[in-house]
Design a protein around this ligand. Sequence first.
Ligand code: ASP
Ligand code: MG
Length: 422
Amino acid sequence: MPLVVQKYGGSSLADADSIKRVARRIVDTRKAGNRVCVVVSAMGDTTDELLDLADAVSPDPPERELDMLLTAGERMSMALVSMAIANLGDSARSFTGSQAGVITDDVHGRARIIDVTPGRITEALDAGHIVIVAGFQGVSQNTKEITTLGRGGSDTTAVALAAALKADVCEIYTDVDGIFTADPRIVPTARKIDRITNEEMQEMAASGAKVLMLRCVEYARRFGMPIHVRSSFSHREGTWVYETQGEDDVEAPIIAGVAHDRSEAKITVVGVSDSPGQAASIFKAIAEQQINIDMIVQNVSAIATGRTDVSFTLPKTDGQRAVRVLQSVKAELGFEQLQYDDQIGKLSLVGSGMRSHPGVSATLFQALADSGINIEMISTSEIRVSVVTRDDQLDNAVRAVHTAFGLDAADGEAVVYGGSGR
Ligand code: ASP
Ligand code: MG
């Protein structure tokens, strides 16, 4: 019997009625002749609400306790979905991440899955049950503590379980009909993508597209697990994230889509002496704080002063820490001042056709120029061009670039079925 792993996101499980609707869908999948293992997220905005609660009792909650709190969200969902299935006359068993054998490293808040030992899941499936697993959580191999996988982590749970169970497919159910050429909340004319390579999807996710978590795509790529992203609110065919077989996919469009990201800030180190070792010292100080940086720009030095400015982007959540550490080594490094700017946005154009089609950057920059949008930083990879703009110009930038590359759908508007977009 084929094995299907399905994942339902928070917006598909927002209230009792949604849970009953999802339960019906799961039972139908099973009746169609499949074994079914389901991964659930927390209901609606539960995770954000739990974070708000934690914040209300402590400005700096211990990481261990935060993970204990957040994993409760997914446990509510798993039990409720199981009950709703039982009420339809089918049998379901729910399991926490730890019971399901999701083994992680010991980093609270953004643990990595290092192994999946799904013995209890296989047993329950063999006994004829539908299995419901709490997403976004695992247990640390070393410390035996409960961990969470980072925001959106249920996607990763689903793909990791699908790979470990050798499932035929991993279906990710969300509140839109699939993966779009841009976020339909910003670009109403965004078009649903039928097929996207996991290489492109990885770049889109890394560039801020939230429809799939980055780790989940990396995992799928590593294990060759096909993902079908689709809506739990319709029965339409969604988007297939597939593996390229090495050779170029001749039918693939040049551009897959436009992603955007508002989660980063920019730090400029002003007046760095233009001599060997300066960049190394700056980024060593940042790296020692385990902070990941994204784009880096160094200007040519002013001939008169022999000094230069170095700008880089990093997650806003690490911004203050980075500023503190750089301030603390200011005397040692000998730069003049620091500027911190969290009013930036990043737009990324992604497509594997860029490898063989010149002129993509020129079209992108022209589209921004025509809309009067200033570019503050640029970075590229083989299949991506990213630019930093002012935060309040980002939505316009995304729409302009989407149009310039002919991605607008001729017919109707993209449907967003649910979710608060929080
Ligand atoms: N509930 C968690 C979150 O909101 C995990 C997930 O939804 O995948 O980030
Ligand atoms: Mg969620």
